[in-house]
Write a protein that binds this ligand. Structure first.
Ligand code: B12
Ligand code: SF4
Length: 471
């Protein structure tokens, strides 16, 4: 059969005001450019499970309504597999309808399908709910035997030791500035608002390290010095796995980015290994820096607050040369109009290299969505296209929607302004240089018993050049 793997790529914001200021704000635009070009690891994984007798293609579709896609549907295909995130699901349904109209079988899967299976089933010949690995070969076999079922669903957590090799070779590598590898699935914390892979299956699992390295080596055959993004919910949730992973990555000569929680700051040895293994940046959910909030990432952040203050944790991580992308969620139930100023004050004090501000988003299928639905706080239930993390789709507890909107825009203007973006990057480099100097001084003094003045001179010679770590 001819099978098309169709990825709806690109990033989304519906709010025209945010879109228009985004165009002018360097920090905001740079980040969206970086992340806009990532392939769909879910579809590459399915491709890796597809028997060799099928003819397969992977296609990135940034805009399903663009003139070329409407004029000529990519294909022809016997079957198309379309992946789904909530914000693009209506686009996916429109695309599915066009393929079904020409007799192509449409299979839908991915996060949104797992969250809203009954809705998705109306737009496909078959859906796969949850993790696809156990079902994909069966789906294809059933199509060939003309006995396709309407729904395939597994509740047993998939064993990542059996994970297939994603078909990175299907990509035109020159189009991407990063490629993704998954090292774990799920997260032990299960926060109320989380809409990531814990919603496919809540059981937290790690992939055996040799498998991760094999995927990396496969990528390196296609792109010798790649930039990798780990497509995990929380890469260092299991510190033992984290140590083993970073030890295995050391010497691979790659640079990488990942998402994790702030507790990595408590493990200096792990931070050293991360840096040695090429970690350029970690994205950490800080949600709200003020103590005593309802703490969306309640369990993990509460622990971090007990052990060390956020500010200190950020400094500690960044002193290792790993930049922190701190994520703040606006519109939490404890937030008032005064919260924006407080968050801005914290950001300025924090010396964070990168900042992400988003609004609280009740994704369907999350406990947060259920709570807001019960309390009548959803403004437009079913407006999935607005589940972008930037558009406001609920009634905040302690302020109006307009106040939240204004607070978001004002804060975005400050955080992503050209001046402030350059300032925080320079600040990081300066701080890293002095941390390097301190480390080198201490090492030289320890080695030679040299007097501090002499050690300092030598240290400046040994200084590693502190170029922008993300470039
Ligand atoms: C990489 C990534 C992206 C890439 C995606 C590239 C692409 N074309 O897929 C980019 C940067 C473009 C992106 C954009 C966005 N993202 Co994003 N992204 C991620 C990230 C970091 C990893 C996802 C991933 O690769 N997972 C690994 C793969 C293996 O898992 P998977 O896709 O779920 O696939 C498995 C199953 O779902 C299933 N499956 C998947 N597809 C299909 C298809 C078929 C036919 C079948 C049968 C099965 C199947 O099989 C796979 C194996 O079991 C997650 C965060 C996270 N930690 O998960 C956020 C995440 C998925 N993103 C999110 C969001 C909100 C967005 C944006 C809306 C942001 C924005 N404002 O623009 C956009 C939407 C883009 C879109 N095109 O729809 C949310 C989604 C929540 C939701 N329920 O929709 C997440 C969870 C982050 C979060 N904070 O909540 N993102
Ligand atoms: S810590 Fe992050 S990844 Fe884990 S459940 Fe909470 S929001 Fe999701």
């Amino acid at each position: 059969m001819k099978i098309g793997f169709l990825a709806l790529s690109g990033v989304r914001v519906v709010d025209p005001e945010l879109l228009s200021i985004g165009v002018n704000l360097p920090g905001f635009v740079e980040r969206s450019k970086v992340i806009a070009s990532l392939p769909s690891l879910g579809l590459l994984t399915l491709a890796g499970l597809t028997p060799a007798h099928h003819e397969i293609r992977y296609i990135d579709i940034p805009d399903v309504d663009s003139a070329d896609i409407v004029a000529t549907l990519p294909g022809p295909f016997d079957v198309v597999a379309i992946s789904s995130f909530t914000a693009m699901i209506k686009d996916a349904y429109r695309l599915a309808a066009r393929y079904r109209a020409v007799g192509t079988k449409v299979i839908l899967g991915g996060l949104h399908v797992a969250l809203c299976p009954d809705e998705a089933a109306q737009h496909a010949d078959a859906i796969v709910v949850g993790e696809a690995e156990p079902h994909w070969p069966t789906v294809l076999n059933d199509i060939e035997k003309d006995r396709l079922q309407k729904r395939y669903h597994s509740s047993v957590p998939y064993n990542l030791a059996e994970a297939p090799m994603p078909r990175f070779d299907l990509l035109d590598i020159s189009k991407y500035n990063r490629l993704t590898i998954q090292t774990s699935r799920g997260c032990p914390w299960n926060c109320e608002f989380c809409a990531a892979s814990i919603r496919l299956n809540p059981k937290y699992r790690t992939k055996p390290i040799p498998k991760v390295i094999a995927e990396l080596h496969r990528i390196k055959q296609l792109w010798p010095v790649p930039f990798i993004e780990f497509a995990d919910d929380n890469t260092f949730a299991d510190k033992r796995h984290g140590h083993a992973l970073t030890e295995a990555l050391a010497g691979e000569g790659i640079r990488w980015f990942t998402e994790t929680d702030i507790s990595v700051a408590q493990d200096e040895d792990l931070l050293r290994k991360m840096r040695k293994a090429g970690c350029a940046q970690i994205l950490v959910g800080l949600e709200d820096p003020a103590d005593g909030t309802d703490g969306m990432e309640l369990k993990t952040n509460w622990k971090a607050r007990q052990r060390a203050h956020y500010l200190e944790s950020i400094r500690r991580i960044q002193d290792h040369g790993i930049t922190v992308n701190g994520c703040f969620v606006l519109g939490l139930d404890t937030h008032t109009e005064a919260s924006f100023e407080q968050i801005w004050a914290f950001i300025q004090q924090s010396e964070l290299y990168e900042i992400q501000i988003t609004v609280l988003t009740p994704f369907p299928g999350t406990p947060l969505y259920e709570r807001f639905l019960r309390d009548g706080r959803l403004i437009e239930p079913g407006a999935w296209e607005k589940c972008t993390l930037f558009d406001i789709i609920y009634q905040p507890a302690k302020m109006s929607v307009d106040a939240l909107h204004k607070g978001l825009l004002d804060l975005a203007q400050k955080v992503y302004s050209e001046d402030y973006t350059h300032f925080r990057r320079r600040q990081f480099i300066r701080r890293k240089q002095s941390a390097d100097r301190r480390t080198a001084r201490a090492a030289i003094a320890q080695r030679s018993g040299a007097a501090p003045g002499r050690a300092e001179q030598e240290a400046s010679v040994h200084l590693v050049s502190a170029a922008d770590p993300m470039r």
